[in-house]
Design a binder for this molecule. Structure first.
Ligand SMILES: Nc1ncnc2c1ncn2[C@@H]1O[C@H](COP(=O)(O)OP(=O)(O)OP(=O)(O)O)[C@@H](O)[C@H]1O
Length: 344
């Protein structure tokens, strides 16, 4: 329950469509050798029972925003509310962190690496009902597929396994919100997909609200239902992944999510697109199967299942995807068609 020292505005909860968590003009400055405005007057809403990802380049303020939501940091302006209640911060509470939320931090700081997995998780429950304690610990370890590791020391686990222990610890007391800072950092690609699906299943089964931070948006495109895009402490975009991917409003978002080619109106005009706006052309919107536009191949990057071609026409550089490797050489002239573009 929210702390009694917090201000409650009952009318907020009666408004239609008020998000579970919302921030209004929230700012946070770090004062050290230099003053850093890490979060700059942002307003946002986070819906209940879904997965929201905060994404952006390194240093854009993602972790700071997560800490403001949890109450680990106090905003120097604006406010964050949870179910209409102002989120208590260090100023209001002895033990920081909102009681309805749990944070899984990047470094697994909360784990006791010398204890085994079972004790790390079970220790989060009281001893008043030992049977229930055992049942709940067993159930959550099974749900996160680490029941076979119950007696292993945490120190001996892989990064991905430690991540699962940290999530079990966070979830065992059934918080309403799970906050995760770069949860897939230490998990390799194949395990990442399984962990993401497990998190999705838990959200679907329990109505848990998940907020996670990622510097790699491609890894959360399939996971999150809502994205918050940050740059230089500001929120540039918020919306559904498909919408932000296909109809970005900002060049930054288009580049971040789709590695899109961004052209000025003049550059666009030289390839036949007349507009006074910037143009985003995603790599997959460029067809190499012939066309009027002639580009010179100036670079080839191996990307695994495809290669990225760097194409030049006058002062326009386009990056395109090619799934048929080894059919072109540097210096070749390629006939190109832009099949789709988006005006910013
Ligand atoms: N405790 C702190 N003291 C001083 N400056 C800080 C502190 N924490 C963060 N910053 C600065 O605030 C800015 C935002 O940092 P933050 O960690 O929120 O970014 P981020 O987007 O999460 O970055 P990353 O993806 O690299 O973790 C950065 O310039 C960072 O150096």
């Amino acid at each position: 329950m929210p702390s009694s020292s917090c201000q409650y505005i009952p009318t907020d909860t009666h408004k239609a469509h008020v998000p579970l968590i919302f921030g209004e003009n929230v700012s946070c400055t770090f004062i050290g050798k230099q003053q850093v405005l890490a979060v700059d007057a942002v307003s946002f809403g986070i819906g209940e029972g879904k997965i929201t990802a905060i994404i952006g380049e390194s240093g854009s303020g993602k972790s700071t925003l997560l800490k403001l939501i949890y109450g680990l940091l106090a905003p120097d302006a604006g406010e964050v509310r949870y179910r209409g209640w102002q989120v208590p911060t260090r100023k209001d509470k002895l033990i920081p962190g909102h009681d309805a939320m749990k944070l899984v931090s990047q470094g697994f700081d909360d784990l006791n690496t010398y204890a085994n997995v079972w004790d790390n998780v079970a220790s989060q429950l009281s001893n008043t009902n030992l049977k229930l304690k055992e049942e709940r610990t067993s159930a959550i370890l099974k749900k996160l597929r680490i029941d076979h590791l119950a007696v292993q020391r945490v120190a001996d686990l892989s990064g991905g396994e430690k991540q699962r222990v940290a999530i079990c610890r966070a979830l065992i007391n059934a918080p309403e919100v799970l906050l995760m800072d770069e949860p897939f950092n230490q998990v390799d690609a194949s395990f990442r997909d399984i962990l993401q699906q497990d998190i999705k299943n838990i959200v679907a089964e329990t109505g848990l609200t998940v907020i996670l931070v990622s510097h790699d948006p491609t890894e959360v495109l399939a996971l999150a239902e809502e994205l918050i895009v940050m740059k230089d402490g500001k929120i540039l975009d918020q919306g559904a992944p498909e919408k932000l991917y296909l109809q970005p409003t900002q060049a930054y978002t288009a580049k971040l999510l789709a590695k899109s080619n961004i052209l000025t109106p003049q550059q666009a005009s030289s390839i036949g697109i007349q507009t006074n706006k910037q143009v985003a052309i995603h790599q997959e919107w460029i067809s190499l199967a012939g066309g009027e536009l002639k580009f010179t191949l100036v670079g080839i990057r191996f990307r695994g299942f495809y290669q990225e071609l760097i194409l030049k026409h006058e002062d326009v550089i386009l990056h395109a995807m090619d799934f048929h490797k080894n059919r072109y050489a540097l210096g070749n002239t390629l006939a190109v068609t832009v099949t789709k573009y988006h005006l910013l």
